[in-house]
Design a protein around this ligand. Structure first.
Ligand SMILES: [Zn+2]
Ligand SMILES: [Zn+2]
Length: 305
């Protein structure tokens, strides 16, 4: 199960209700900050998440409404020893812009921090034994825009009743079987993992898209996702502006969700020109399970049974 904390949900400039783009994805003890618009520090505090373990930042692209918060965040982090290295993942253009921003932040010498800029390409960018994160290209203004898919690895459930029947005692023997190692019982019988592990159960899949200008190239990635987070900057009545500025309408985002069979659609990057009701009013008739997210909203992403 993943959890998303939406920190900033406004497009381009903040509004009274909405801060600039940022979201946290949580998985077990890992935290990933996606984008870091201006004001993200306060949103982290307001969310109750704070700065703990926040050492990985994934950038969708290099537009200022998605990166300017990094200056303040790095300034704050540098005063604490709890985070010694901040890893920033993104396309080369986004990283170059952040490096330029950091020259100002770090120039005076009063701020010291190890920044690890990690240029990404399509494919797996991070993984441990429980999950992985894949980057995929997204069309928007400027080169090297990426979305991120978080996938919980499939696992085989331990069949307690079978283990009981075979006489496997609770404790280290069962843990070894879960790790995939055979064990020998006191009476000499060998029990293999296949005997006590059930069929693989696939894990949750969360697809996160930042700003985007089209959806046809996102179909394969979005297909069957347990949750799709994507921008909805405009409504169909102003589709010409969406096209002009390389953004999506709520209807385009909802159509993608419907056609790819996602479970829940979370719309973000909401413009001040529309009310939440208007955005929902356009998307929901197309895709019922649509949520127009607000700052500090939280969502759990679980594998649908
Ligand atoms: Zn934006
Ligand atoms: Zn943008």
């Amino acid at each position: 199960m993943f959890e998303i904390v939406f920190l900033g949900t406004s497009a381009s400039a903040p509004s009274i209700e909405r801060g600039l783009s940022a979201a946290l994805v949580l998985y077990r003890d890992q935290r990933f900050l996606i984008d870091c618009g201006e004001g993200t520090q306060r949103q982290l505090l307001c969310s109750g998440m704070g700065f703990r373990k926040l050492n990985k930042i994934l950038l969708t692209h290099g537009h200022l409404d998605h990166i300017l918060g990094l200056g303040g965040l790095v300034s704050t982090f540098s005063r604490w020893e709890s985070i010694s290295t901040l890893s920033i993942y993104g396309g080369p253009w986004a990283l170059q812009r952040v490096e330029d921003l950091m020259k100002v932040v770090l120039r005076s010498g009063e701020v010291e921090m190890n920044l690890d800029f990690i240029p990404i390409a399509a494919g797996i960018i991070w993984q441990d034994d429980q999950m992985n994160i894949t980057a995929f290209p997204v069309s928007h203004r400027g080169p090297g825009c990426f979305g991120y898919t978080f996938v919980e690895k499939s696992r085989r459930p331990f069949l307690n009743a079978v283990a009981e029947r075979l006489g496997v005692p609770p404790g280290p023997e069962r843990r070894r079987l879960v790790r995939g190692e055979p064990i020998t019982l006191a009476d000499g019988r060998v029990v293999t993992p296949d005997e006590v592990l059930g069929a693989p159960i696939s894990g949750a899949r969360l697809v996160y898209v930042g700003d985007a200008s089209r959806v046809d190239d996102l179909v394969d990635e979005a297909r069957g996702a347990d949750a799709l987070v994507i921008e909805a900057t405009y409504l169909q009545a102003e589709a010409h502006l969406a096209k002009k500025y390389s953004h999506l309408t709520a209807a385009q985002a909802a159509t993608l969700a419907r056609e790819t069979g996602v479970k829940v659609l979370y719309l973000t990057h909401i413009s001040r020109r529309y009310s939440e009701e208007e955005v929902l009013g356009e998307a929901q008739p197309i895709f019922l399970h649509t949520v127009v997210v607000r700052d500090l909203d939280r969502a759990r992403v679980m594998k649908e049974k």
